[in-house]
Design a protein around this ligand. Sequence first.
Ligand code: XMP
Length: 529
Amino acid sequence: MTTVQEATSNPGAPGQLTGEKVLVLDFGSQYAQLIARRVREEHVYCEIVRHNLSAARIRELAPMGIILSGGPASVYEQTAPKCDPEIFRLGIPVLGICYGMQLACEALGGQVASTPAREYGRAHCRISDPDELLSGLPTEMEVWMSHGDQVSQVSDQFRPLAATATCPIAAVRHTKLPIFGLQFHPEVTHTPEGARILGNFLKRVCGCQGLWRMGDFARQAVERIREQVGPSRVICGLSGGVDSAVVAALIYQAIGPQLSCILVDNGLLRKDEAGAVIQEFTRHFKTDLHVVKAEDQFLQALKGKTEPQQKRQIIGHAFIDCFTAEAKKIQDARFLAQGTLYPDVIESGAAADGPAATIKLHHNVGGLPAELGFELIEPLRDLFKDEVRKLGEQLGLPEEIVWRHPFPGPGLAVRCLGEITKERLDRLREADAIVVHEIKAAGLYRETAQAFAVLLPVQSVGVMGDGRTYEDVVAVRCVNTDDFMTADWSRLPYDVLARISTRIINEVKGVNRVAYDISSKPPATIEWE
Ligand code: XMP
């Protein structure tokens, strides 16, 4: 996660063109990034900082508002993360959410106690005093609660604004200072009026006009990269996915020919993918591209391996070997650019030590060893996938790249269940190309988040002509999701499913059965391995 101290690697750090900025103080909430994103959706620039940033530093950064995030701790615990209490005296509007509200109320004379039963889920909230924060909302609304503690008593400097059946102080404001609190989470979609509440805070309370646009992010990112990189060379790994393409485009805009890209063709890409990436790349960037043809090396290393995590590890190591060998050939490279996005970053929850983040192991097979000595540039670290797409459009990348469905780092290896051989991969590639083609032809590609084929390590009996067959089964997976953390299977029209099935069975040699995966995530995952 980006902190102000680390702000040199964060293109969105202070100094916005519009001057409107809000800080989110992170107390270890799983929703801190979501809060930041919701603020950006209101066109106000937002940045996540450490919970214990000093009031003096915050004054220097001059935000128009401060949001205190939720967090897993209890404010009455000795080790609970606290903010500098002076922030409440800066005159800058503060909105405390869940733990953040408890912290603000406690700091200003209120009491926080654990609730008899942890409240998790939807609750019915009744507004008693809309004030500015809840202005224009229905008197009764649904909100999303997730807490074990709540404010049991406020000092007479506070005025309750809303309550639920079990939480008598569900929203509150200070009578003299611009300090507000919400026990529920306005940032999640389960609080339908949440965006309006955050909008009220930003516009009515903080006085923001909402002038920030994704174009500002791109300009700031470019400026910051220039500043950080100077005359040095930057290496960027290309995968064909939107994230690495957007990172490359940003860096290219910043430093043009000082960018070198490496594409490792591991033989696990989709049909014709490597060629398409090279073609797109050379059309848009006039810079140094290194293609490492490594299919044999990967397939050799994967021979006989069927266990998913082992496959991932082997691929991760082979990737590092190939990438490192190629990177060493590039003179004067000092920086490595990565397209890490927010969903790749898992909160450690160790709020007291600052918002350290770890990367999901299995989502980061390309994690390169520190010994390489590169300084990292991760300009997309705070963004969600759809924001990256908006940025890609801003940067003028073609629709084909911007809207390409995400593809896992270990590629088809985790969609080719069982042993990986060239023959099985080719079979899978053919089936997969049919799935994608038919989804596109039906105009459903943008509506669906991921659509692909999976080759199962199972044969089934069929009949073709007069003969009995005993051949492979292909599963089709197609999901809808915004954040890839939860997903639902796509309700594809029967005729599209029928075309996919008929074409795969007719056109892909060795397949006689197609099944459609109707599992949601959770409890299933999007990929089969
Ligand atoms: P799951 O299968 O965990 O996938 O529901 C969620 C999203 O992550 C992608 N994914 C991966 N991406 N390396 C990656 O770079 C991986 O090992 C990996 N596994 C899953 C998956 O395609 C989906 O978009």
